[in-house]
Design a protein. Structure first.
Length: 269
């Protein structure tokens, strides 16, 4: 235990003395959302309850839409793979009528949400429900106070800014275009979700680098999750661990720590 504490203290001093991120080398900044641009509580205490409360009504209103019908079919297929997790029949799926299909999908979706599932059809469906809330003014995307000024600074420096989140691309676009700091979408050059791959696999980050036209070594990835940073680093990206309020530090300090975007490429660079 003492050895771990001493290692952390020595490593922390080493990182504090390290030179700042090389402004000449970093051409793009890739950002996570939860715990990085946006408080985690906003997702779990605002977005998830909003979708949960409107689930049946939304499905009932859109069950005839081709896109929603396709999502329901994807969820039914996913449900088949979770049969072994069903105990007592609470998640049984019946789709003889639209009402049975809606009830089955709603039970399954709530089960997925409770388990913080990242599967694409769930995230897409949530994004569709959030879209209505953002467009009618019921929802505003919460961002930390330093986000807007950092976006403006990085863009003025000629850097590209992109988002990589488990939430759907639609949800990402809605959050930043209807944020508490105003419409931030003009600053963003790309949005990536689980269709690009898992956030814990290096290949996903290589794919994103190709998509935004910047070599991995020219990209800085910022996230609050160590395993995501490990994957980005393995792909060749630079990394920064976001230590927003409530985010625990990594014991081994294997990634540079930042508490604010003000620490990343300040104006004088």
């Amino acid at each position: 235990m003492l050895r771990a504490v001493l290692y952390r203290a020595a490593r922390h001093d080493e990182l504090k003395l390290a030179p700042p991120f090389d402004s000449a080398e970093i051409r793009a900044i890739l950002l996570d959302i939860e715990g990085t641009t946006t408080p985690i509580d906003f997702v779990f205490k605002t977005l998830f309850p909003f979708a949960n409360a409107r689930l049946e009504d939304f499905l009932r209103s859109h069950v005839q839409d081709a896109e929603i019908a396709a999502l329901l079919e994807e969820l039914r297929t996913s449900h088949q793979g979770h049969r072994g997790d069903v105990t007592n029949g609470a998640l049984a799926w019946a789709d003889g009528t639209n009402e049975e299909k809606i009830a089955s999908a709603s039970r399954y979706v709530r089960w997925l949400i409770a388990g913080d599932s990242k599967i694409t059809p769930l995230k897409t469906l949530q994004g569709k429900m959030w879209e209505e809330g953002f467009r009618n003014g019921e929802l505003k995307g919460e961002v930390y106070p330093d986000v807007a000024r950092a976006f403006a600074r990085w863009k003025a420096q000629g850097r590209r800014i992109a988002i990589f989140s488990s939430g759907s691309v639609l949800a990402q676009k809605l959050l930043f275009s209807h944020s508490t700091a105003g419409d931030l979408s003009a600053f963003l050059d790309g949005y990536f979700d689980t269709t690009a791959g898992s956030k814990r696999e290096g290949e996903s980050y290589k794919k994103i680098a190709r998509a935004i036209g910047v070599q991995p070594q020219g990209i800085l990835f910022v996230s609050d999750v160590g395993e995501e940073l490990d994957a980005a680093q393995a792909a060749g990206m630079k990394t920064a661990h976001s230590l927003r309020p409530g985010i625990p530090a990594l014991e081994d300090l294997r990634h540079r720590e930042i508490c604010s975007f003000d620490e990343i490429l300040p104006a004088q660079q």
